[in-house]
Design a protein around this ligand. Structure first.
Ligand SMILES: [Zn+2]
Length: 229
């Protein structure tokens, strides 16, 4: 993704479709998976230094702006302050944001698990970087905080279809990878669906486009006037 790019609904939906297919191949994509119900918004509020974000919790300001807890947001404009984004594809961004969604909807398994803290060197919500050797991180962004380390590891796991390239031999990194393996297995087991016939197809999930994001949601939620559409 290049800074200054304007992202279209078609592009985002194409990326979602291909990442959902990857989830489906991993056995974690059907209506019984809690994350399946998370909304994905293409929105036109750019965020400094961000190409996507997930709302674990919302404050008053976010509430007034119309943000929803537990949703993924992909800004339609990538600011040129996001210099590092050149190394990411839109699909990577989607994979990464879904990692936060999985952590949010499977709190006990991910966010609040004692193992998470041990493996990623800190609580999921902690703003201090974990201090480990460089080769225990898959990307440089992973070094920023434990939750980002988790999301980056999950992103690479999904992209590589669960196969860790041989060049990665760091023991701590392997433990992080194994944590993802375990989490995916647990989600898969807990959401097993009886397909019945091979004709069963998981309904497609598409992005919701927020037009005039701020004002529309603001009036809808706070003033609740029908005339403001
Ligand atoms: Zn993140």
């Amino acid at each position: 993704m290049k800074p200054g790019t304007i992202l279209s609904e078609v592009q985002l939906n194409a990326a979602l479709k291909s990442v959902h297919k990857e989830f489906s191949d991993l056995g974690i994509w059907n209506p019984k998976v809690k994350t399946y119900h998370a909304n994905v918004y293409l929105c036109n509020i750019p965020r400094i230094n961000s190409v996507g974000f997930f709302m674990h919790d919302i404050g008053v300001k976010e509430y007034l702006l119309g943000y929803e807890r537990g949703s993924i947001y992909i800004p339609s404009v990538v600011l040129d302050t996001v210099f590092w984004i050149n190394c990411y594809t839109l699909r990577d961004v989607v994979r990464h944001e879904y990692a936060h969604a999985f952590a949010h909807y499977y709190r006990r398994l991910i966010m609040r698990s004692a193992e998470f803290k041990k493996v990623f060197g800190g609580q999921y919500i902690s703003y201090n970087p974990s201090e480990m050797e460089d080769d225990s991180y898959l990307t440089s962004y992973a070094k920023s905080m434990p939750m980002e380390d988790f999301a980056e590891t999950f992103m690479v796991y999904v992209r590589r279809k669960g196969v860790l390239p041989k060049k990665y031999t760091n023991k701590k990194l392997i433990l992080k990878w194994k944590f993802i393996v375990k989490v995916i297995k647990a989600i898969k087991t807990s959401s097993k669906i009886n397909l019945g016939s091979s004709e069963f197809k998981v309904p497609t999930k598409k992005a919701i486009v927020k037009k005039n994001f701020q004002m529309k949601s603001f009036f809808k939620k706070v003033v609740n006037l029908k005339s403001f559409n």
